[in-house]
Write a protein that binds this ligand. Structure first.
Ligand code: NAD
Length: 254
């Protein structure tokens, strides 16, 4: 099937669905200037994730995590939602089709694009919290500490270690978010997976719940994923190009 035919098929699937759920990964934010970690040249080439993004390393050598974070923070701070994020907002607000976005991303771009129900499986970089007294800090406060050379930043109240509210390897995913995501997978009659390698577990196990409970499946990703064989349509391409093309066809056939 040509890519154009796949785009048409995806638009028809959306048109014929009532409860669409999106599942997104780092790939959807690449065109906003935030690289995914796994691709060549990505952050994982310089920072071994098992060391730098590991909770136990964080507790013993927090400066390692914060050094990596300082490289990421400017990209995340300056990033704007791209046409793929905006397409998901359109599917929610103009078509009333999209009921939720379940994301592995920590960059807040879905909420900034306007989606209202965003379930963040891996937490958020918007806020941090003190591991000592549990006080929450907005990211600008932590930025100030980093700019003043406090690496790692420490709580001004109890001197405890401050950690972003993102999930590191070795930490559990937030139970309530996982439970709500499962419910969304079961409720979906169409799941759209965008920009995820579907290899980061346990998050990557969620789409199979939707398939097992009767949902149709669209995958939009730069490369093949292990779930392409279960998809009604799998489109290899850039999310910021493919999603607007699907919306154009949807508008024509609606
Ligand atoms: P991942 O497993 O979700 O893989 C990203 C996928 O996106 C890859 O298969 C890649 O081929 C694809 N891709 C790249 N550019 C694309 C584009 N323009 N359009 C469509 N697909 C594209 O993510 P990862 O990089 O392995 O990161 C692992 C985890 O690290 C994530 O699950 C997330 O928690 C975190 N992370 C978050 C961000 C963010 O918040 N923006 C960025 C990097 C990593």
């Amino acid at each position: 099937m040509s890519q154009e035919d796949k785009v048409k098929k995806a638009a028809e699937l959306i048109k014929n669905s009532d409860y669409v759920v999106a599942f997104t990964g780092a790939g959807i934010s690449v065109e906003s200037g935030i690289p995914d970690f796994r691709s060549p040249g990505g952050l994982w080439e310089r920072y071994n994730p098992n060391e730098y993004a590991n909770y136990f390393t964080f507790l013993t050598h927090p400066e390692k995590y914060w050094t990596m974070h300082m490289e990421l923070r400017e990209m995340v701070r300056d990033a704007q939602p791209n046409p793929a994020h905006n397409a998901l907002a359109t599917l929610e607000h103009e078509y009333g089709k999209l009921k939720s976005v379940i994301t592995q991303n920590v960059d807040f771009l879905h909420s900034r694009a306007g989606n209202t129900k965003v379930l963040e499986l891996h937490g958020t970089a918007q806020t941090s919290r003190c591991l000592g007294c549990d006080k929450t800090f907005y990211f600008t406060k932590v930025e100030e500490m980093l700019d003043q050379g406090q690496v790692p930043p420490r709580c001004p109240h109890c001197k405890g270690l401050i950690k972003t509210n993102t999930i590191l390897f070795g930490e559990d995913l937030p139970n309530d978010v996982v439970e709500q995501s499962r419910e969304e997978m079961i409720a979906a009659d169409l799941l759209i997976v965008i920009g995820s390698s579907l290899t980061v577990y346990p998050a990557a196990a969620l789409p199979s719940i939707a398939v097992k409970t009767g949902s149709r499946l669209i995958i939009v990703n730069k490369e093949i994923t292990p779930m392409d064989i279960y998809a009604d349509v799998a489109i290899q391409g850039m999310a910021g190009v493919i999603l607007p093309r699907i919306l154009t066809v949807l508008e024509e056939i609606s």
